[in-house]
Write a protein that binds this ligand. Structure first.
Ligand code: FES
Length: 145
């Protein structure tokens, strides 16, 4: 993971770009895996924003993680069409089998389980992503492999 100076350089390279703070935060997530308080401070400093401004951006977008992600990352769609074909039940079963609550990462960072709200494949639900790979008509067994 990059250190503070590397993060500062990464953020500084985004100054002057359209949506600079958003671009910088996305780059932090790509490089570091999540955004911590130090990163918020760096973005605020480099873009001359308040900490509250940057925290507001981070909290608005679900892709801006503030906690470490598991080595295996599962997101199950919780939007209406997937709910109608059992995504909530599937989520409960997977959470129970993995021993991880929705929105949490296991203590050993082995797996994280999160909600996602519509992947644009509503006719093929329930849908999920596993390590960024989209899975349609997903089953409990597929998610627990
Ligand atoms: S509701 Fe799940 S993919 Fe659209």
């Amino acid at each position: 993971m990059p250190g503070s100076e590397a993060i500062r350089e990464l953020v500084a390279a985004c100054v002057g770009k359209v949506g600079g703070p958003l671009v910088a935060l996305r780059k932090i997530v790509s490089a570091h895996g999540h955004i911590d308080d130090e990163h918020v401070g760096i973005v605020a400093d480099v873009f001359n924003l308040s900490l509250a401004d940057v925290r507001g951006i981070v909290s608005f977008y679900s892709d801006f993680r503030t906690t470490p992600r598991g080595r295996r990352h599962i997101r199950i769609c919780q939007a209406e069409a997937c709910q109608a074909v059992g995504s909530r039940r599937l989520t409960r079963e997977v959470a129970e089998a993995l021993g991880v609550e929705l929105g949490a990462t296991s203590e050993d960072l082995g797996v994280s389980l999160e909600a996602v709200y519509c992947l644009g494949l509503c006719a093929s639900g329930p849908c999920a992503t596993v390590d960024e790979r989209v899975v349609v008509r997903v089953t409990r067994e597929e998610l627990l492999r």
